[in-house]
Design a protein around this ligand. Structure first.
Ligand code: GLU
Length: 306
């Protein structure tokens, strides 16, 4: 595959990479590919491979999935320093980042529930008005809580109204000086490579702390990559567009930018990306059927060794 050059020369003498699964299901062949590209990159360049458990969604994360993930990785011949970083044990780090952004005046409490957002979107669609959607297809936040006065916000919060915390994207972009870019050593879904211009505005007012969880994927991944001094982020091209948000947060929080190597996804026979809910492509079930490590890597489109 043309865009799987995640083994390009590193720019650091001892790169630090991470494989960061969420323990809400079994790993599939696509995860095997990502984990192995990270592992081989670390091995080839005298670097370190970290395993990070992205379990901020404590309602979906399960210890048995974490154990299965570790078992599959070990079976693939991968090892990592222990203890692993488990995001659910570090909410204070994400809170510290939120509080910096709050001080910069870039966060606002957003009070609309999912159902209320859906209802507003239905109204907007009925009226035939065009409404922006983010690169994952989700509508930009249709509420106008950004405009609430600080006393009104405080009053609602004090009354116990559930709320998420969203980034005021417009304000964040206004404060940016130079153009925001990242170094892409792999490539995006349309073959994008080299210096990529970030487009965080496409995401709208992203959620940085959820109603039910005091963090979000974008926030925790950005904070952790910096805290763990990750030099090279090697991950699937489905996260290529999200890199724009990560670069923006790095810029706002004064964090360094790693190099990015996005790689092509493993797809099923109908061209769809694999899903954790489809047990047939899980490493565990293939192992049970007697597949060897080399066979799994071949299914993942990787050479069996090297
Ligand atoms: N936890 C994310 C996932 O399982 C991966 C995050 C990343 O590699 O940036 O999809």
């Amino acid at each position: 595959m043309p865009n799987d050059n995640a083994t390009a020369e590193p720019h650091f003498s001892a790169p630090i990479v991470r494989f960061a699964p969420s323990p809400n299901g079994l790993l599939h062949i696509g995860h095997a590919k990502s984990a192995m590209l990270n592992w081989r990159f670390a091995k080839a360049h005298g670097g370190t491979f970290l395993l990070r458990i992205e379990d901020i969604d404590t309602t979906r994360a399960r210890p048995e999935f974490e154990a299965a993930i570790m078992g599959d990785l070990e079976w693939l011949g991968i090892s990592w320093p222990k203890p692993v970083r488990r995001q659910s044990e570090h909410f204070a780090d994400y809170e510290a980042a939120l509080s910096e952004l709050r001080k910069l005046g870039l966060l606002y409490p957003a009070f609309l529930s999912r159902a209320e957002i859906a209802a507003r979107m239905a109204d907007i669609e009925k009226s035939g008005k065009a409404w922006p959607r983010d690169p994952d297809g989700a509508p930009h936040y249709p509420g106008n809580d950004r405009l609430l006065s600080s006393s009104e916000r405080d009053r609602k919060i004090a009354s116990g109204a559930p709320h998420a915390w969203r980034l005021d994207m417009q304000a964040a972009l206004e404060g940016l000086g130079a153009e925001l870019t990242w170094s892409e050593l792999g490539s995006g879904p349309a073959g994008e490579t080299g210096q990529i211009k970030a487009d965080p505005g496409a995401w709208g007012d992203v959620i940085l702390a959820r109603r039910d969880v005091p963090a979000s994927y974008h926030l925790s991944v950005t904070v952790d990559d910096a805290l763990q001094t990750v030099t090279d982020v090697i991950r699937g091209e489905d996260l290529f567009a999200a890199t724009s948000v990560h670069r923006l947060l790095q810029q706002l929080l004064g964090l360094p930018a790693p190099l990015y190597h996005h790689h092509g996804l493993v797809r099923d026979s109908r061209g769809r990306k694999l899903s954790k809910s489809d047990g047939a492509t899980s490493i565990a079930s293939l192992r049970q059927q007697g597949a060897t490590q080399g066979e799994i890597l071949t299914l993942a489109g990787l050479p069996p060794s090297g």
